[in-house]
Write a protein that binds this ligand. Structure first.
Ligand code: GLN
Length: 511
């Protein structure tokens, strides 16, 4: 039963709990057992919290027995990316500089997860401060892709995607600044959603780039993502950019999609996000998925977004600029690590320099240097200012495209999961992984990645759906339709084709 429970969707688990066929303690324990069995090989988690998770499970079980009215996901466990602050539970953002820091408060989305009665299994690995596409920039060792342990799980939220993909959690939270929910989902055969900017509170997320960051669901089914999105979303007075109004119903949209009917839905294939630079097996999977959408009644056309070609360049000016400012607070005085200078007086400035020198990894330093340069007096207009203009042009491309179609689609990532180490010494090659996901962050629009199948190399491919701001419901309708029709043709969920894992297949990674 234990192993079986970890294979179920969150929606199924919620049903079993409601019917009294399983307790939250049983299914939380089943996931903790699975973590104990395989996380030595996968290393999805930086911190596992069995006591807290089981305590929550016991409370929910008691309330259910007492006949209390519970949230539909009450008792279903979840993993949280380590960039989200959790009261009393270590939070490192994958960085040495926060080693040992235990936050005194919860992020709003964590408060909502707790209010729903969902046990938190632990915190997941990630690239340091969410900078990266492979989770190799974590200061705490690599996470391994459950499909092939020698490959990357995507990034920055590789831990959340691998945890869900390896059945170590039915649900997880990710954050997406340029693709860190969607690209890991794509390369692990899971589902990831970046909500409309401002629809999920950023209060308590350790900021990377505040105008781009958005937290969202990482799951194995589109319906589960909608269920989780409704738990964490909604207005929050503690986030100045939080949208005042609620999104349209998301779970209902996912259920509508599960009928497999997309009659009349206009789907635009973004010209600039296919073709050269995309692995042939990724393109083939994408084309096959388009045929499935066509068969479901969708009207497919091609739509040009002429400025998308500049998105990556604009992003790598805007992101480092905001990051350099956001990371200034890690100074050895307030949080986590403090390093005293080797010699000479320990003045505040010298302690800060020693702490930041030892506490930040290379990628973080690279971006702080880039960002401070782009913002410096003589270059501000030339770099940061120009990038902001490009951002406006990209927003206009989206606005024009959404006059013609209801959703836009593309492959989520240009390649399947690459080998660990393959791109680590080539930052530009690493940056290219997000070529298809970054435009959505620059414009604040929502995006979803759903598996479209396997490439000819036997690895999963993600299909991206983008919608206008506040129309996240469209992602769920189209995503659920594609998922259900593809699974019907495969005869089973894609993840059932992933190899079986055991804890002893690789040497344990650094913990
Ligand atoms: N890979 C992108 C980057 O390195 C995206 C990061 C993210 O979404 N957090 O910036």
């Amino acid at each position: 039963m234990g192993d079986d429970l970890t294979r179920r969707s969150a929606a199924d688990l919620a049903g079993l709990l409601a019917a009294g066929e399983v307790t939250s303690v049983e299914l939380t324990q089943a996931h903790l057992d699975r973590i104990a069995a395989v996380d030595g090989a996968v290393h999805a988690y930086l911190h596992v919290s069995p006591d807290e998770a089981l305590a929550t499970a016991r409370v929910v079980d008691a309330r259910r027995t007492a006949g209390d009215e519970l949230h539909p996901l009450a008792g279903v466990p979840i993993a949280v990316k380590d960039v989200v602050v959790t009261e009393g539970m270590p939070t490192t953002a994958g960085s040495k500089i926060l080693e040992g820091w235990v936050p005194p408060y919860d992020a709003t989305l964590v408060t909502r997860i707790k209010a729903a009665g969902m046990p938190i299994l632990g915190k997941t690995n990630m690239d340091e401060f969410a900078m990266g596409s492979s989770t190799e920039h974590s200061a705490y060792g690599n996470t391994h892709n459950p499909w092939d342990l020698d490959r990357i799980p995507g990034g920055s939220g590789g831990g959340s995607a691998a945890a869900v993909g390896a059945f170590e959690a039915p649900l997880a939270i990710g954050t997406d600044t340029g693709g860190s929910i969607r690209q890991p989902a794509a390369v692990t055969g899971t589902v990831g959603v970046k909500p409309t900017y401002g629809s999920v509170s950023r209060y308590g997320l350790i900021a990377l780039a505040s105008s781009l960051d958005q937290a969202g669901p990482v799951t194995r089914t589109v319906l589960d993502a909608a269920l989780l999105h409704e738990v964490i979303g909604g207005h929050d007075p503690r986030d100045a950019t939080s949208l005042p109004e609620a999104l349209p119903p998301l779970v209902a949209a996912a259920r509508q999609g599960l009928t497999g009917d997309l009659s009349g839905v206009r789907v635009g294939v973004v010209t600039e996000l296919s073709g050269d630079g995309y692995q042939p097996g990724v393109r083939a999977s994408f084309e096959a998925a388009l045929d499935v959408l066509r068969g479901a009644g969708a009207q497919i056309s091609e739509v040009s977004c002429p400025h998308f070609g500049h998105a990556l360049a604009a992003y790598y000016l805007i992101l480092p600029s905001e990051a350099s400012s956001n990371l200034a607070k890690f100074d050895g005085m307030r949080y986590g690590l403090r390093v005293l200078p080797q010699d000479g007086p320990a003045t505040a400035e010298r302690v800060m320099a020693a702490t930041r020198g030892a506490g930040f990894g290379d990628e973080v330093k690279r971006r702080i240097i880039l960002g401070t340069y782009a913002l410096s007096a003589g270059y501000y207009d030339a770099y940061y200012g120009s990038a902001q203009k490009v951002r406006t042009l990209i927003q206009r491309d989206f606005a024009a495209a959404f006059e013609q179609v209801d959703v836009l689609v593309s492959p989520t990532a240009p390649t399947t999961a690459f080998k660990l180490g393959e791109k680590l010494d080539d930052p530009l090659a690493m940056y290219l992984n997000d070529v298809a996901t970054i435009p959505a962050n620059l414009a604040g629009v929502p995006g979803l990645s759903v598996p479209s199948g396997l490439s000819d190399d036997g690895l999963p491919v993600g299909f991206q759906v983008l919608a206008p701001a506040r129309a996240d419901d469209r992602l769920y309708r189209v995503g659920a339709a594609l998922e259900t029709l593809l699974e019907a043709s495969w005869g089973a969920p894609l993840l059932s084709r992933a190899p079986e894992l055991s804890g002893s297949t690789t040497e344990g990674s650094a913990r």
